[in-house]
Design a protein around this ligand. Structure first.
Ligand code: SAM
Ligand code: SF4
Length: 325
């Protein structure tokens, strides 16, 4: 079992399979992209599955595929097929544009939870935020998911002065759709673009939503959820707020992260992790790997604030796309 020094058990792996993406969301990546990893620097599917088996033997029972855009990793469905034989629960965070043609195959392999990133309901704004003109692509994915009745959440990164006039419109989507809309506090990645000015806090978001929905009320959230749950009475879906920046939910954190290049991180705010790729390529055995990961998880700090203070050097990540959000 993977327990940290603060008695939290790690059961959930966030697996970033690529740092590449078909969008360029301005809070995530610069317009020109980042210094993307070369193919040989990425963990292969075989290496990922070997690691996944080790983690499953240590009590990890859920994996979330993320990136970059996970669906831009070539051959992804075959990885999902393999992961489906290891983990009872699989989820994916995606912009959805490449999803419809492979959705049924992925569902067939057991991938039944989808978080779709969509920051605006207006086509012109989609371009402003993502620097690509494909609102229809993400919306089409949303419709495909709802038609199939699979568990779907929309992730909205809230950007002051850009989409904060749409929060109530997003809440409106939950009226007659079985859909969870979750608003994410923007984190200061890709800071050169001035993103630190864009942050709107949990409480500011709630006040904003209450202007149209004054009776929105706390709702029962999922265990270990990264969001605080709300619901407008009578609405089918729920609303969540993810305090990514204020980090008020670290106490129930059950996650471990793996970057596309095989760095294992135990916090979103980590810059130091263990480099698993060379060890895997040198042929490390399951038991040695399990011992190493167990020791690593034990050292996890209590909060993301602590991690940031104790770990971060000048060497911070260029983009959320290298960590997987
Ligand atoms: N490309 C996929 C997508 O956008 O859903 C998966 C990777 S993306 C890095 C994972 C999540 O991180 C998305 O929901 C995205 O909106 C969120 N994210 C990216 N940059 C962020 C930032 N600066 N602050 C808060 N959330 C961010
Ligand atoms: Fe791509 Fe997701 Fe980053 Fe947007 S948030 S640029 S879709 S990785």
């Amino acid at each position: 079992m993977l327990k940290d020094q603060h008695n939290r058990q790690t059961t959930y792996l966030r697996l970033a399979v690529t740092d590449r993406c078909n969008l360029r969301c301005r809070y995530c990546m610069p317009a020109e992209g980042i210094n993307f990893a070369a193919r040989k620097e990425l963990l292969t599917f075989e290496e990922i599955l070997f690691l996944a088996e080790t983690l499953a033997s240590l009590g990890v029972n859920k994996v979330r595929l993320t990136g970059g855009e996970p669906l831009s990793r070539k051959g992804l469905p075959s990885l999902v097929e393999g992961l489906g034989q290891i983990f009872p629960q699989m989820a994916m965070t995606t912009n959805g544009i490449l999803l419809p043609p492979v959705l049924d195959e992925l569902i067939g392999y057991g991938l039944k939870h989808y978080n779709l990133s969509l920051d605006t309901l207006r086509e012109d704004r989609f371009f402003t935020i993502t620097r690509r003109d494909d609102f229809g692509g993400t919306w089409n994915a949303l419709e495909s998911l709802l038609e199939r009745g699979v568990k779907t959440k929309i992730n909205v990164v809230v950007l002051k002065g850009t989409n904060d006039d749409e929060l109530a419109d997003f809440v409106g989507l939950t009226q007659d759709r079985l859909l969870d809309v979750r608003f994410i506090e923007a984190m200061p990645f890709n800071d050169d673009d001035g993103n630190h000015h864009l942050y709107l806090s949990h409480q500011e978001m709630l006040a904003n939503i209450k202007e149209r929905y004054p009776n929105i009320a706390p709702d029962q959230g999922e265990a270990n959820s990264s969001s605080v749950a709300y619901r407008v009475p009578g609405f089918l879906g729920t609303v969540g707020i993810i305090p990514a920046y204020s980090r008020s939910l670290c106490g129930t954190c059950n996650r471990l992260r793996l970057t596309p290049k095989g760095t294992m991180l135990n916090c979103l705010y980590s810059t130091k992790g263990i480099e698993l790729l060379p060890l895997l390529r040198q042929g490390i055995g399951q038991q040695d790997l399990a011992d190493l990961i167990t020791e690593f998880v034990l050292g996890k700090h209590k909060t993301g604030h602590d991690t940031q203070r104790l770990e971060q050097t000048g060497d911070v990540f260029a983009s959320m796309t290298s960590i997987g959000g």
